[in-house]
Design a protein around this ligand. Structure first.
Ligand code: ADP
Ligand code: MG
Length: 365
């Protein structure tokens, strides 16, 4: 087996009684852009700080290119970290901020200078080298923080929600820049965020973390299509996953799942599903097929609220205390719709057991 660039082997961390990380195992390949996605407070920053050597581990070990990191002091680890709040030195210029890490690594002055200027050009901040951080916009400050990390040419980048202090438009721009930069430099990157859009767009592979444990590891599209449990499905849904109680009904060779909003035919039910059971049924707003009947006699839910998002519109409908949120293309929405019907075919249906563990994912027939 090829040794992965970065390996977490049974890493655990507690603060007092609170177990923050529990027996964490992860492997990041050389050159990979790996995103750790999890809610606020799940231990993402703690994990990065332990990797950088700014915090100790209670259990387990972290390996960088096969070397155990515990005995290695932070400055000996060849790791660069980009912090959420940039952490630039306010009294230093952009140039000095970027050169600071290099000087510590005792390079020659001319070499340092060339490296800083090359990196600044790469990030489009070449004209800002004499400014101080307070003379920069948030986006520019974050580019300087990135520059300070990449100028050193480390073995690993750690990025702790580097976009969260930027406003929406700048965030999208810098996000694209980070992705392009990583593609170009191919430095192994561990990026943490609570934002599922960032994880989906940036990651080669991702891990979803909750309550100190890895919930699922995979390529974003695979995690999205087949979430391992209800938490992951919920976390990757926007605005939120619709969840209903359901019953599985089997007949010769076929099966269907009955819920309060409709019955979904299950084309190839695996035998592992067992006999008719009580289930939880998840449908993402963007994966439900709907129509807007004119005729009152058709079974339907009543439209309660419409939220235009631009090209997509969220429609919230209800019947007998059951609520469903769907996302439809704006141009597919009739004027002032009052009734919504869930079309039983073509919906992406996620089945979970009572404990929230995924049993199956299918497109209804
Ligand atoms: N130095 C500390 N002492 C005690 N508790 C801490 C310390 N640092 C973080 N925590 C707690 O550990 C948990 C994880 O924190 P953190 O790693 O910052 O989460 P995240 O980055 O995912 O939001 C939180 O509940 C936080 O309050
Ligand atoms: Mg954090």
């Amino acid at each position: 087996m090829i040794e992965p660039a970065l390996r977490f082997a049974g890493v655990g961390k507690s603060y007092g009684e609170a177990r923050i990380l529990d027996d964490l195992h992860l492997e990041v390949a050389e050159g990979e852009f790996f995103v750790l996605l999890g809610p606020s407070g799940c231990g993402k920053t703690t994990l990065l700080r332990m990797t950088a050597g700014l915090q100790t581990l209670d259990r387990g070990e972290i390996y960088l290119r096969g070397t155990a990191l515990s005995p290695v002091p932070p400055e000996g680890r060849n790791i660069a970290m980009v912090f959420q709040d940039y952490a630039l030195y306010p009294h230093m210029t952009v140039y000095q901020n970027m050169a600071f890490g290099l000087r510590r690594h005792a390079r020659r002055r001319a070499e340092t200078d060339a490296q800083v200027r090359k990196t600044a050009a790469l990030l489009g901040i070449g004209a800002l080298l004499e400014r101080r951080p307070h003379q920069l916009s948030g986006g520019q400050q974050q580019r300087v923080a990135l520059g300070r990390a990449i100028v050193r040419d480390p073995a690993l980048y750690l990025m702790d929600e580097p976009l969260s202090n930027l406003d929406a438009q700048v965030r999208a721009t810098v996000r694209t820049e980070i992705k392009e930069l990583q593609r170009r430099l191919r430095v192994t990157t561990l990026y943490v965020t609570h934002d599922q859009v960032e994880a989906m767009t940036l990651a080669d592979r991702m891990a979803v973390l909750n309550e100190g444990r890895v919930q699922q590891i995979g390529r974003p599209i695979d995690v999205y299509r087949a979430p391992a449990n209800e938490f992951v499905a919920q976390f990757l849904a926007s605005p939120k996953l619709n969840v209903f109680d359901g019953t599985l009904e089997r007949a010769a060779g076929t099966a269907s799942v009955r819920t309060a909003i409709g019955t979904f035919a299950f084309p190839n039910p695996p035998s592992s599903l067992g006999e008719p059971t009580a289930l939880r049924v998840g449908l993402r707003p963007e994966e439900i097929k709907v129509s807007f009947p004119i005729d009152e006699s058709e079974p339907h839910l009543s439209v309660r609220l419409i939220e235009p998002l631009g090209s997509q519109v969220l429609v919230i409908a209800e019947r007998d205390g059951t609520q469903v949120t769907v996302s439809v293309a704006a141009d597919a929405l009739p004027a002032e719709p009052r009734r919504l019907r869930v079309v039983p075919a073509g919906c992406a249906v996620h089945l979970f057991d009572r404990g929230g563990l995924a049993l199956a994912h299918f497109i209804s027939a």
